[in-house]
Design a protein around this ligand. Structure first.
Ligand code: BTN
Length: 242
């Protein structure tokens, strides 16, 4: 399979957020770029949360020009599968994807993804990936939930090589959907899924639902089977193991 993009990498020592820097560069006309920082002063997560961004982690944002904004959710899925594959390959760990945008190792979060779509004269997607690589410990607020490749495998990794491998995997996944066919992405996501088959509590803006996660839909929403047998699609929100 040929390469879809020729990404150019930009490395920074410390910046506020790679998503912000990537947006700034995209606004100046750059695309197919990857912005990587050794640390972030204002790393952000979903719903405006803080993303712990000290030395030892990988913080990167990919800028892709994209005409179709529906693809954003697939990009998040693709990025999580690319990260899971990379962790498996490098650290020999059983990395799994959690809907909608996390990667877990041994039930703890090792990676989060923040995809932002910018629409204007040009439409593009910012895919921000935060991967805990060489951290040995975390702040007490997240210590129970977070882990790193280092903690789980007892090995250190070269962060640049990790970023290059993720991009190579992502490019490969992207090439599978060149003709708008995302079924391969969905089946790969299911293969790595930590979520499907589990009893889940989903918190959404329209309410809280408890049920078994039975499928991921073609629009990337999560399908829950509620206790009364009805199916409920979760389009956006946070999920917890019930
Ligand atoms: C989440 O789990 O809520 C998503 C976390 C995304 C963090 C990454 S780190 C690189 C990029 N820059 C940011 O400020 N956030 C994303």
């Amino acid at each position: 399979m040929s390469k879809m993009h020729n990404f150019k990498f930009y490395y920074f020592k410390s910046i506020s957020s790679t998503n912000d820097k990537a947006k700034e560069m995209a606004d100046q006309g750059k695309s197919n770029i990857v912005v990587v920082a050794e640390k972030q002063e204002e790393g952000r997560g979903r719903f405006g949360r803080k993303w712990s961004s000290g030395l030892g982690g990988l913080y990167m944002t990919i800028v892709l020009e994209e005409k179709n904004s529906d693809k954003a959710k697939y990009m998040t899925l693709m990025a999580s599968v690319a990260v899971a594959k990379t962790i498996k390959r490098l650290a020999k760990l059983n990395a799994m994807v959690k809907w909608p945008n996390d990667v877990l190792v041994n039930d703890k979060k090792v990676c989060g993804i923040l995809t932002e779509i910018i629409s204007g004269k040009k439409n593009y997607a910012l895919i921000g990936i935060g991967l805990n690589v060489n951290q040995k410990k975390f702040d007490k607020e997240i210590i129970d939930k977070a882990t790193s490749m280092r903690i789980e495998s007892n090995n250190d990794f070269d962060i640049k090589s990790v970023s290059k491998l993720i991009i190579a995997e992502l490019d490969k996944l992207y090439s599978y959907c060149a003709f708008g066919d995302y079924s391969k992405i969905l089946s790969l996501w299911k293969k790595y899924s930590h979520t499907l088959g589990k009893k889940i509590m989903a918190k959404t803006i329209s309410g809280t639902y408890v049920g078994t996660a039975v499928d991921i839909d073609r629009d990337c929403s999560l399908v829950l089977r509620l206790d009364d047998g009805k199916e409920q699609k979760i389009i956006e929100g946070d999920i917890f193991i019930a």
